[in-house]
Design a protein around this ligand. Structure first.
Ligand code: SF4
Ligand code: ZN
Length: 708
């Protein structure tokens, strides 16, 4: 048998033996009825569940799984069989890792690795992956002979925006080499044991279940999904043993190419398993194998500029400058001008630079002009400042409009970063991302506190007010068109959002104005206008033109959709929704749960479990994914009576949307302080207790018609 097959089967058989032993030992110690689960997932042991449909809930459930695992290892010298053995290794790794949660509630505490990735994190990755903000997923495994080499490779992926998962000694090598780690830096250490690689595998597998509507047990569908839709690949560093090779075979079975840094000679499998011994070529080859294209923005500034730095936090001790609205006037403003009023690439700086004062005022004023520019796009461009400033390494930005905080690190200052670089970033990015509507762009930065205050009060504030008035007057009735958004189809092929002024996309990132701008920037792109025609039911928001466009956009998968009902043909969900709303039968109301909430809800399900009730572009009456902002909308489940149905929300969400919710309840029903009628986890998470509490409060839901 060839060396490769020898290694694969050797590894698979070894893992099978270890798994069987570990399961038997665990049963001997805890009994077969002992419950077992990964934290914060609705997908049990995801690999086993997706591949076979089996829901592992107890140690005893693992026994037949070990049998299936062993049957996958045929020891035949044939590639397909060898890949099956690789899948067996994945199943074994999942079981071995899962058993760690029997021994401890938090087995990864104290380890520089996060272990299992919870469902909500995967959902939050949906939008950055579909927009290409995260262009791919790298798995870096092993121990580099030269630690500097792996650091360089990982930093390169980081600067290109990829999400990198680390397994093994490379974690310490990268940590010692100064690689910034954490989900916010897009470099995630999983664990030191090679079996911890399963935690990135189950991310891909759960993506298929969450977004792809792949049915549990449909192994072929699962493998097709991961191969075609999850842009992942593997790099191994250092010597590889049989277990690593068989795990690699598992990766290949899922469609993820493996690049090793030792010479495999004739054992290479072109396109799937390749040797790259020169680490300067690793990144290039890996990206080529997965056909990942990187959009580079060449910026003449002295610090790195990449999406990977978006989550970077700059602490006071490392801070050189701060521009903060609590200390000095700040404002961010984009204004549309006539073509002859703007001088392209003109930069004006009024006031001290970063080397002249520590605390600064900061006005960032961008004037744009273009034949196709519209006033409505001002705020769409302006909202991007936040991301662009954060992309600069050593710059942290929070807030918007007149409430802004910007910090510049000592390191960025030492590297030479000054205000003109901020202006350059804005100029280049506006011209890059809005080239279809912006022909000319000029940037003014004001740090003089008196001038900045004057600008804020006399120019910026009136403009914000004007915009808010326009937004408030913009209702679903006042416009002549809605928009489709099919960005998420790369993960959820049958999903289409319908975006209206009063109902933003369920990811929370696409408002009606955003969709309108997207359509203008890219007329054949993901957002297409739906001219409002043929309203057949006003209550539920049913339009012939909406049905027609959604049917076309989903290739017939969804034929009827309403805009305002959770029960009758509700809008579909891809999986990356910010919140989920579900009916609460006992009270006749609905509960709303946000992605960040980790606890239990009165439905007896966590966010993750509720979320798993819908998704993948499927309509599930009674459950609906939506954006945070939609909760206070007059159109929120308006077919079923509107926000008056809400009986429970997590406290944080309630506090966040409370003010707007109260306002809507006041306007629609004349109810004061409606939020006080809504329960949260500090009140109860039990459905009977909830009913009692609501009754005591006299929640308006009791005056409403039964939901079903
Ligand atoms: Fe995805 Fe809908 Fe958001 Fe578009 S609006 S990015 S389809 S969730
Ligand atoms: Zn989505």
């Amino acid at each position: 048998m060839s060396v490769l097959f020898d290694l694969i089967y050797g590894g698979s058989n070894a893992v099978a033996g270890l798994t069987e032993g570990a399961v038997n030992a665990a049963i001997a110690k805890h009994g077969a009825d002992k419950e077992i689960a990964f934290p914060d997932t609705a997908y049990f042991f995801p690999t086993i569940y997706a591949a076979t449909g089996v829901k592992v809930k107890t140690l005893g459930d693992l026994v037949p799984c070990v049998g299936v695992l062993k049957s996958l290892i045929t020891n035949q010298e044939e590639l397909g069989q060898a890949l099956n053995a690789g899948l067996a290794t994945a199943v074994g790794a999942e079981i071995i890792e899962g058993l760690k949660w029997v021994e401890s509630a938090d087995p990864y505490a104290g380890e520089t690795g996060i272990g299992f990735v919870p469902d909500p994190v995967i959902r939050s990755l949906g939008v950055p992956l579909v927009t290409g903000d995260i262009p791919g997923v790298a798995v870096v495994l092993g121990k580099a002979d030269e630690p500097g080499d792996v650091c360089k490779v990982v930093k390169d992926y980081q600067s290109k925006g990829l999400l990198t998962f680390l397994v093994g000694e490379v974690i310490d090598q990268c940590a010692n080499g100064g690689v910034k780690m954490g989900l916010e830096y897009r470099v995630v250490p999983l664990g030191h044991d090679v079996t911890s690689v399963i935690h990135v595998v189950t991310v891909a597998i759960r993506a298929a279940l969450i977004f792809g509507n792949v049915q549990p047990g449909n192994l072929a569908g699962l493998l097709e999904y991961t191969k075609n839709r999850v842009p992942a690949f593997v790099n191994t560093f250092g010597a590889i043993d049989a277990v690593v090779v068989s795990a690699g075979a598992g990766a290949i079975a899922l469609g993820f190419p493996v690049v090793v840094d030792i010479d495999l000679g004739e054992n290479q499998v072109p396109g799937a398993l390749e040797s790259v011994c020169d680490h300067n070529e690793t990144v290039k080859k890996s990206l080529e194998l997965r056909e990942i294209k990187i959009k580079v923005t060449e910026l003449p500034i002295p610090v790195a500029f990449a999406a990977a730095f978006e989550g970077e936090i700059i602490r006071k001790a490392d801070m050189h400058n701060e521009c903060w609205s609590s200390k000095n006037p700040t404002a961010e403003l984009v204004v549309m001008k006539e073509l002859n009023e703007v001088e392209d690439h003109k930069v004006t700086i009024v006031g001290p630079d970063l080397d002249e004062a520590k605390d600064l005022a900061l006005v960032t004023y961008v004037e744009v002009a273009g034949k196709k520019m519209q006033v409505d796009f001002e705020s769409v461009i302006e909202r991007k400042f936040h991301a662009w400033f954060n992309y600069m390494e050593g710059v942290m930005h929070t807030g918007q409009r007149n409430q802004v905080r910007v910090r510049v690190s000592d390191a960025a200052f030492e590297a030479g970063l000054r205000l003109k670089d901020f202006a350059e970033v804005l100029y280049v990015m506006v011209k890059n991302e809005f080239d279809a509507v912006v022909d000319k762009c000029q940037v003014t930065i004001i740090t003089d506190p008196v001038e900045a205050g004057k600008f804020r009060d006399e120019i910026a504030m009136p403009r914000y007010t004007q915009r808010d008035d326009r937004l408030a007057s913009m209702t679903d009735e006042s416009v002549d068109r809605y928009y489709t958004c099919i960005l998420c189809q790369s993960f959820a092929p049958a999903h289409c959002c319908v975006v209206t002024p009063e109902r933003l996309g369920l990811c929370g990132a696409v408002s009606w104005l955003d969709a309108k701008a997207t359509n203008e920037l890219d007329p054949n792109g993901p957002c297409q206008p739906i001219i409002k025609e043929g309203c057949t039911d006003e209550r539920t928001g049913r339009f012939e033109s909406v049905d027609k466009m959604v049917a076309a956009a989903t290739h017939g998968a969804v034929e009827n959709v309403t805009l305002y009902s959770i029960l009758e043909d509700p809008m579909t969900s891809c999986g990356c929704f910010e919140c989920i709303c579900g009916i609460e039968p006992m009270s006749n109301g609905v509960i709303v749960v946000n992605r960040e909430f980790k606890g239990m809800t009165p439905s007896g399900m966590t966010f993750g479990e509720l979320a798993s009730c819908t998704g993948g572009g499927v309509q599930t009456p009674g459950y609906m994914g939506h954006g945070r902002h939609f909760i206070a909308s007059r159109k929120f489940v308006s077919a079923e009576g509107g926000i008056k149905r809400i009986v429970w929300m997590p406290k944080e969400l309630k506090d966040d949307v409370g003010e707007r919710l109260n306002k809507t309840a006041q306007e629609l029903y004349g109810i004061e302080n409606f939020v006080d009628y809504i329960a949260d986890e500090t009140i109860t998470t039990d459905c009977e207790e909830l009913l009692n509490w609501l009754t005591e409060k006299g929640h308006p839901v009791f005056e409403m018609e039964p939901l079903m």
